[in-house]
Design a protein around this ligand. Sequence first.
Ligand SMILES: [Zn+2]
Length: 51
Amino acid sequence: MKVNPYYSANLSDANVFHDHSRCPVGMAIEKADKRFGTNGYPRCRDCVKLG
Ligand SMILES: [Zn+2]
């Protein structure tokens, strides 16, 4: 399922944004690090694969 774009503010995480509810990379982001928007990052490859 598509969700609003979000990314991790944690610099040790990949500089990508996520927009799929089942993305494993996105799901691993700590709640405190989660930010809404794309931050100008490219789209996460796992999210692309999930559609
Ligand atoms: Zn993703």
